[in-house]
Design a binder for this molecule. Structure first.
Ligand SMILES: Cc1cc2nc3c(=O)[nH]c(=O)nc-3n(C[C@H](O)[C@H](O)[C@H](O)COP(=O)(O)OP(=O)(O)OC[C@H]3O[C@@H](n4cnc5c(N)ncnc54)[C@H](O)[C@@H]3O)c2cc1C
Length: 458
């Protein structure tokens, strides 16, 4: 027998923390179990050379319209966000022009009008319309082509969305439409936390679990979800102390267990044979498409940015050649929160945005070189001398692109699992691909299903 809780949440990423905060707010005695030393998951932060560096997520898009803000408000979590305006900039290595990605100067008059036409159609769609199944059966490119064939418009959306590195001909129109709809219906398309980097999202939610009398166990890895006669009864976990020096087995009992681990790790804690075969095969299809991000994390001297951007924002910009498919994405979080770096310093994050399937990790070196040459192209003869440290991220983490005909209207967090009391949450459970939006929407779906079964039981 282990300690008894009403609900156990396995995984302390954004989805697990949101489920925990929502359930504890409803009066459930909750335990959140996270295998790492802190919550945050793929949207966490780490310390290096006095810098706080985001491991994955660099911003929250569509904070309002995606429903994220509503979740924070419902649970009473404080989240002070700074809007990024104008949203996304671009640096063209050929023309050396820096400015908003969708400016008239960049797009030209015709393409700007077509871009606005696409925007108007999507912005005015109802939720019911944009969730149509048929949009998940065609590509984003195919859908945009119904409005315009202008290559500049297609290229702009490719740069702006960056769905886990997948191209617009690979991702579903459904994911594209919903993502852009939420972005354009928010007061600000992109926000960044005012303090503490991206880890602060999950931290704020986990704090609510504690405030509501729940428990958050870090360095606690769940080894097995215990299922007896088709019902969950709890989990078996291992707690490590002091960087793995001591290991203790602990059991937790609960009749409700929510698995909020990445899709790729679901079957390491839940036996496939206990689950409905349809659920297993669909989740397997989603996780088989996982891709990885490779990029550079670079600490640079303040002087590098002297005069950069002519007073325009430089939080985030795409960099590349208009003629090439490849483009990098440079993010400078210290533009917003100076306390993320030692005084007088900035850091950059350059994501390759080149899709690298899991079995081709060894090609990351080539993508690193592309990122590096792009940075040298922005600051010719000046970049290297201003670098203080540079990390090559070989394998940052898995992302799930929203593929055509793949996830579609299938949402594991709303689907029956075949096991009484077992529920699923996580970004892969929502058909818009990886991101806070999907993670938190899956949490909302998962909790609404728990709410409705509680009502039926009552
Ligand atoms: C490089 C990169 C850049 C990104 N950029 C953005 C961005 O700019 N904007 C955006 O919105 N999103 C971005 N994302 C995506 C975003 O980070 C993810 O979509 C989000 O973190 C998913 O949340 P989650 O809770 O579903 O999963 P996760 O964040 O993966 O959380 C799952 C948690 O489960 C824990 N866990 C796993 N197994 C166990 C176990 N057995 N026992 C206990 N705990 C366990 C893990 O340690 C982890 O903390 C990015 C991701 C990456 C990798």
């Amino acid at each position: 027998m282990g300690e008894k809780f009403d609900a156990i949440i396995v995984g302390g990423g954004p989805a697990g923390c949101a489920v925990g905060a929502l359930l504890s707010k409803r009066g459930y005695k909750v335990a959140l179990l996270e295998k790492e030393a802190s919550v945050g998951g793929r949207a966490s932060s780490f310390q290096h050379e006095g810098y706080t560096i985001d491991t994955g997520s660099h911003f929250a898009a569509a904070f309002e319209a995606s429903g994220m803000k509503a979740i924070f408000e419902e649970v009473g979590a404080e989240m002070n966000m700074v809007p990024v305006t104008p949203t996304l900039m671009s640096f063209d290595l050929e023309t050396r022009r820096y400015g908003p990605l969708t400016s008239k100067e960049k797009l030209g008059e015709d393409a700007r009008d077509d871009y606005r036409a696409v925007r108007k159609i999507i912005k005015e769609m109802t939720r019911e319309e944009l969730e149509k199944r048929e949009y998940h059966e065609i590509s984003a490119n195919e859908w945009i082509s119904r409005v315009t064939s202008n290559p500049k418009v297609h290229d702009t959306f490719r740069r702006a969305t960056g769905f886990a590195g997948a191209s617009m001909s690979e991702v579903s129109a459904g994911a594209f439409i919903e993502t852009m709809h939420d972005a354009w219906n928010s007061t600000h398309v992109v926000n960044y936390p005012a303090k503490g980097g991206c880890l602060s999202f999950s931290q704020a939610l986990a704090d609510r679990i504690l405030a509501n009398g729940g428990a958050v166990y870090t360095e606690t890895a769940v080894k097995q979800v215990v299922i007896e006669n088709g019902r969950v009864t709890g989990v078996k976990a291992i707690k490590t102390y002091s960087a793995g020096l001591t290991v203790t087995k602990i059991d937790f009992d609960a009749e409700l267990v929510i698995c909020a681990v990445p899709g790729s790790q679901l079957f390491s804690i839940v036996e496939k044979k206990a689950l409905l075969p349809d659920l297993v095969s669909k989740v397997e299809a989603i996780i088989a498409e996982g891709t990885i991000y490779c990029g550079l994390l670079v600490g640079v001297k303040e002087e590098l940015f002297d005069g950069f951007g002519d007073g325009q924002q430089f939080f985030q910009f795409t960099v590349g050649l208009a003629s090439e498919h490849w483009h990098g994405l440079v993010t400078v979080p210290t533009y917003i929160d100076r306390s993320l770096a030692p005084p007088g310093r900035h850091y950059l994050i350059c994501n390759s945005h080149g899709r690298l399937p899991l079995n081709r990790r060894n090609e990351s070196a080539a993508l690193h070189e592309k990122c590096l040459s792009a940075l040298r192209g922005i600051w010719p003869g000046k970049f290297d001398e201003n670098v203080e440290w540079l990390l090559r991220a070989e394998y940052m983490n898995v992302l799930y692109p929203p593929r055509i005909g793949r996830s579609g209207p299938f949402r594991p967090s709303l689907a029956p699992t075949g096991v009484h009391g077992l529920r699923i949450a996580g970004d892969y459970s929502y058909p818009c691909g990886s991101g806070y939006g999907s993670a938190l929407k899956s949490a909302r779906d998962c909790v609404s299903l728990i709410d409705s079964s509680a009502t039926q039981t009552a």
